[in-house]
Design a protein around this ligand. Structure first.
Ligand code: F0G
Length: 446
């Protein structure tokens, strides 16, 4: 698929930003030159996937397309019970809403924003325990997405196993910089959960990208196929939630996969109330055809090599230019350490959001802040409790941009480097209670 890109001037973009209240989520996509807002649902589909779309079986119950999707997910996850959902957060709401509620807690390497929001919305709390290495952007470490297993053991003992809704391992760890989780870590987490009889769920949005890193960084797996690595990881868990908008290589879709029949039955009942019948869950038959095919393609060595190398190309070149990024480069995105790049801006002037605005103004590049706008909270006096890191994510859509698009991004950064000491902070002028980054309004400080 080929999409035209409409070029715009810096003056025009200043105007678009004003209308969008300095929030990139409120920009119109036709006013964006290179869209790195997300890798979610932005993949280009293959000819085979489009061919599948033509064959979609739109039956309400038991459609052929569903059976194909179910078989592929069952084979990969090793889970007996597969529930389709229209995207990841629908599965999160169903599963975590059911397991959560006041008095329960969830523990993760890092909860993604929608995961945390669904958990907190149920009245439950979400605790992040990434390893210490994962919190240091410039540190080179192969598996910065790992969970701190000592803390996990402590937390389970402290809060008591019966109060733990689930332990969630997010692979790769999106909010922690798109960093991979090792098989050894997944195994250790699984063993602790088993010992305490706590449910172990994987958020497997980017499991194929994670498998790439395991094969090339964890010696024991160098001769395994990517798919077998993913299967092995699923085997360690009690189930998974996946947004197929990432490693499903589709524009829409998700699933819940479970091993326990009672839990699956409870989730199925909730699914039917809000998402649709259990053999489509909010998806059309043609979506399910594309998913069944995308889940196969994503594990192909040529695809995965292209994918990880092209993200690495952007990351390595920014690094060479002296832009502080989360090292080493993760799978789906490059994360810029905005606190270090705009070191003159204090965290309550949101350096990440400031960089997002400058990237758009300078080059029409849309990125997203993953820092105190997304995760900051306030203390009793209304003072900001900042996020541990102030990152800006440049997420790469799958199979969309070429090396020359990336070279354009690098040129824009050259200009930002020259002007960085003059960058201005931002303040929030309007915000909702949950997921504020999507709809908040900002003002650039004078
Ligand atoms: N879990 C992770 C790790 C995610 O990255 C996302 C989405 C979700 C769950 C929710 O899935 O969007 O299909 O409802 N991440 C996107 C992103 C939005 O930009 O990183 P969803």
């Amino acid at each position: 698929m080929v999409e035209p890109i409409r070029m715009s001037s810096e003056e025009e973009r200043m105007e678009y930003l004003e209308i969008a209240r300095n929030n990139p989520f409120l920009l119109h996509s036709e006013n964006v030159i290179i869209d790195l807002l997300t890798d979610s649902g932005t993949s280009a589909m293959s000819a085979k996937q489009w061919a599948g779309v033509m064959e979609g079986d739109e039956s309400y119950a038991g459609s052929r397309s569903w059976l194909k999707m179910e078989a592929e997910i069952r084979e990969q996850t090793g889970c007996e019970y597969i529930l389709p959902t229209h995207q990841g957060r629908a599965g999160e709401r169903i599963l975590y809403g059911h397991l959560g509620g006041a008095g329960t807690i969830f523990i993760s390497n890092t909860h993604f924003d929608t995961t945390r929001a669904n958990i907190e919305f149920s009245g439950s709390s979400a605790i992040d325990i990434p390893i210490a290495e994962g919190k240091e952007p410039s540190l080179e470490y192969p598996f910065k997405g790992n969970m701190d297993t000592e803390k996990l053991e402590e937390l389970i003992t402290h809060h008591m196993p019966q109060n733990i809704g689930a332990v969630i391992l997010t692979v790769t760890n999106n909010s922690g910089g798109g960093q991979p989780v090792s098989m050894a870590n997944a195994k250790a987490v699984g063993e602790i959960c088993k010992k305490h009889d706590v449910l172990f769920i994987m958020d497997s949005c980017r499991i194929a990208e994670n498998a790439y890193f395991i094969k090339h960084r964890e010696k024991e797996f160098e001769n395994h196929t990517y798919k077998d690595i993913a299967k092995e990881m699923y085997r360690l868990t009690d189930g998974a939630v996946m947004s197929l908008k990432k490693d499903g290589l589709v524009n829409m879709g998700g699933f819940i996969a479970l091993k326990d029949p009672e839990l699956a039955e409870a989730c199925k009942n909730l699914l039917i109330i809000t998402e649709g019948f259990a053999t489509y869950g909010g998806l059309s038959g043609r979506d399910m055809e594309a998913i069944a095919q995308g889940l196969k393609e994503v594990f192909r060595p040529d695809y995965l090599r292209y994918r990880i190398k092209s993200t690495g190309f952007l990351g390595d070149n920014l690094h060479k230019m002296g832009v502080p990024i989360m090292r080493p480069t993760g799978g789906h995105a490059v994360y810029i350490d905005a606190k270090a790049f705009y070191s003159h801006l204090p965290v309550d002037q949101y350096p990440g959001q400031a960089l997002v605005l400058d990237l758009y103004k300078k080059g029409g590049i849309r990125a997203v802040e993953i820092g105190s706008v997304m995760f900051g909270t306030y203390d009793a006096n209304g003072k900001l409790i900042p996020s541990p890191m102030e990152l800006v994510r440049l997420a790469m859509p799958r199979r969309v941009y070429t090396q020359s698009h990336v070279e354009y991004i690098l040129e824009v950064f050259q200009e930002l480097i020259r002007e960085k000491d003059n960058a201005k902070g931002v303040r929030i002028v309007k915000e909702p209670k949950f997921l504020r980054h999507f709809t908040a309004h900002f003002e650039v400080m004078g």
